[in-house]
Ligand binder design. Structure first.
Ligand code: HEM
Length: 151
């Protein structure tokens, strides 16, 4: 079970990274070039949010039930805080990623509420950029941007 979830969570990261690049490219060129907010902009942002929510659900199941990292950490939380990898998965990864998914959600919500097309692009660009920095920074910190902890 854990293997399946880790595989899904691991591959979904690449879909999320690709969706982030797609949404940000369209948001910045749309904002700075004052282009209309098109169907592809909305579809890209909806796809990114869907993938982020899927990652959140898989991550929460791993975190609460299946991950050997978190189960080991929960067995002795005090000791886990002194181990960089256990602390990463028990505290840092979940905290940073929940913030990032919230920012992706806020970017889409505020973009949808905006009445002006440039403003729609701008909201998506700003919130999604911060989410990208958090996701890339948190993963790169442990070599997980393009890597895996599995052998
Ligand atoms: C955009 C959001 C996220 C991304 C891009 C992401 C990415 C990753 C990556 C790349 C790994 C390593 C997978 C591997 O070793 O092959 C991982 C592991 C993990 N993630 Fe996430 N994650 C995200 C959100 C979350 C959230 C919200 C949670 C918890 C609620 C979570 C919980 C975990 C856990 C527990 C593991 C360790 C799994 C294990 O090896 O036992 N992740 N994540």
């Amino acid at each position: 079970m854990n293997d399946i979830l880790v595989t899904l969570h691991s591959y979904n990261r690449y879909l999320i990274l690709a969706a982030l690049v797609f949404v940000l490219y369209r948001a910045y060129t749309g904002w700075l070039g004052r282009k209309p907010f098109e169907k592809a902009d909305n579809t890209g942002s909806a796809a990114l949010l869907g993938l982020a929510h899927l990652q959140l659900v898989i991550g929460l199941i791993q975190y609460a039930f299946t991950s050997t990292w978190t189960q080991t950490a929960f067995a002795n939380f005090g000791a886990a805080m002194k181990d960089p990898m256990l602390r990463y998965f028990a505290v840092e990864h979940i905290l940073a990623m929940v913030i990032a998914v919230t920012l992706i959600q806020l970017g889409r919500t505020f973009s949808k509420k905006a009445t002006d097309d440039t403003e729609k692009h701008r909201k998506l660009a700003i919130y999604t950029s911060i989410a990208l920095v958090i996701i890339v920074g948190t993963l790169a910190q442990k070599g997980l941007l393009f890597g895996s902890l599995r052998q």
